[in-house]
Design a protein around this ligand. Structure first.
Ligand code: COA
Length: 320
C-alpha cells in the first residue's frame, strides 16, 4: 500500500513586496537580491492574517482538488515555524475550521523542512492503514519574525501556504522519505526566543538570525546527499526523475542540487523568484504551482527536498 497525493493546494497573501520596495527599507538593491538569491518579489500576510488563515485556504484547495469533503479528513500534520498560538497547535486549529473532528491533528516544528517531515509522518500513518484521508500542510507567516532592518535576512523570508491530501493507493504514491537533522548547527539559523527561554521586549531578539554563507554551504552539501540517498534507496538512476521540486531558498542552492542530479532547469519547479523563502510552505507551494500549470502529470516521478534551521533536512520520492 502506498499513500498517494490525491490533491494539492496553495495560497499566497495578497500583498506583494518587491525588491524595489525593499530598496526603500534596507541598504540593498534589486540587482544584488536577484543575483545572490534569485528572488524578485514575495508575498506578505496582512495585519491580523495568521498562519492558520493561510493554511486553511491552501487546505481547502487541496481538499477540493482531491475530490473529498473537509469532513473526510481524518489526520492533520501541519508544518510551521510560526504558529498562531503556543497551543492549541495549528493542526487542531485547522481541524476546528474544517469541521473534521476526532482524528489526530498536530504541528511539526522543523523550520523549512516542516512540510517534508509532516509528509513523511502522514505517509507512515496512511501506509499503516491508520489514516485514510490525511491532510499535510506547510504554512508560514515568517514576516512576523523577520527583522526588517537586517538586510541579510529581510530580503529572503516571506509568507504563504501549501497543502496536499494523501489517500491510500495500491498502485503508486510516496515511494520513500528520508529525514535528517544535525543540532550541531543550531546557531547558524535560529530565532532565539521561546516560551521557556522567555520573550524579552527587545524586538531584535525575536527575529531570525542567520549565518547565510555557512547555511548555504551546508545546505548544498546535505541536499546533494539527500537526493542521492533517495534514488539509491529505490535503486533508481538520476535519469528516472521527471521533476525536482526543491525548497525555494536560493536559486543558487537549487542550481547546485540540479547539477548533482544532471537535471536541466526546465525539469525543476522554480518559484523562488515570486515567493521568496516561505520555509515550510515552500515545497507544497511549488508542487501546487507545477501541478496546476500542467507541467507535473500523473504517473511522473518527483523528488521533493527541503533544508532548514536546526539544521533539519529531508527528501521524498513520489510517483505522482
Ligand atoms: N544587499 C546588499 N548587500 C548585501 C546584502 C543585501 N541584502 N546582504 C549581504 N550583503 C553584502 C554583505 O555585507 C557582503 O558585503 P562585503 O563583501 O562588503 O562584506 C556581501 O554582500 C556578500 O555577503 P555574503 O553573506 O557573503 O553573500 P552571499 O553570496 O553568501 O549571499 C545569502 C547571502 C544570504 C543570499 C546567501 O548566503 C544564502 O542564500 N544563504 C543561504 C540562506 C538560506 O538558504 N537560508 C534559509 C535556509 S532554509
Amino acid at each position: 500500500m502506498y499513500s498517494r497525493i490525491a490533491g494539492t493546494g496553495s495560497y499566497l497573501p495578497e500583498k506583494i513586496l518587491t525588491n524595489f520596495d525593499l530598496e526603500r527599507m534596507v541598504n540593498t538593491t534589486d540587482e544584488w537580491i536577484r543575483d545572490r538569491t534569485g528572488i524578485e518579489r514575495r508575498h506578505i500576510a496582512a495585519d491580523g492574517q495568521t498562519t492558520v488563515d493561510l493554511g486553511e485556504q491552501a487546505a481547502r484547495r487541496a481538499i477540493e482538488a482531491a475530490g473529498v469533503r473537509p469532513g473526510d479528513i481524518d489526520f492533520i500534520a501541519f508544518g510551521t515555524t510560526t504558529p498562531d498560538l503556543v497551543f492549541p497547535n495549528c493542526g487542531v486549529l485547522l481541524q476546528e475550521r474544517l469541521g473534521c473532528r476526532g482524528g489526530p491533528a498536530f504541528s511539526v516544528e522543523t523550520a523549512c523542512a516542516g512540510f517534508v517531515y509532516a509528509l513523511a509522518i502522514a505517509d507512515k500513518f496512511v501506509k499503516a492503514g491508520e489514516a485514510r484521508c490525511a491532510l499535510v500542510v506547510g504554512a508560514e507567516t515568517l514576516s512576523r519574525i523577520t527583522d526588517w532592518t537586517d538586510r541579510s535576512t529581510a530580503v529572503i523570508f516571506a509568507d504563504g501556504a501549501g497543502a496536499v491530501v494523501l489517500q491510500p493507493d495500491p498502485q503508486a504514491g510516496i515511494l520513500s522519505t528520508h529525514l535528517h537533522a544535525d543540532g550541531a548547527y543550531k546557531d547558524m539559523l535560529y530565532c532565539g526566543t521561546g516560551v521557556s527561554k522567555g520573550f524579552p521586549d527587545a524586538k531584535p531578539y525575536m527575529t531570525v538570525k542567520m549565518v547565510g554563507s555557512e547555511v548555504f554551504k551546508v545546505a548544498v552539501l546535505n541536499l546533494g546527499k539527500a537526493v542521492e540517498e533517495a534514488l539509491t534507496a529505490q535503486g533508481l538512476d538520476k535519469s528516472a526523475l521527471d521533476w525536482l521540486v526543491p525548497h525555494q531558498a536560493n536559486i543558487r542552492i537549487i542550481q547546485a542540487t540540479a547539477r548533482r542530479l544532471n537535471m536541466p532547469l526546465e525539469r525543476i519547479i522554480v518559484t523562488v523568484q515570486d515567493h521568496g523563502n516561505t520555509s515550510a510552505a515552500s515545497v507544497p507551494l511549488a508542487l501546487d504551482v507545477g501541478v496546476r500549470d500542467g507541467r507535473i502529470k500523473r504517473g511522473e516521478l518527483l523528488l521533493l527536498e527541503a533544508f532548514g534551521g536546526g539544521f533539519t533536512w529531508g527528501s521524498a520520492l513520489v510517483r505522482y
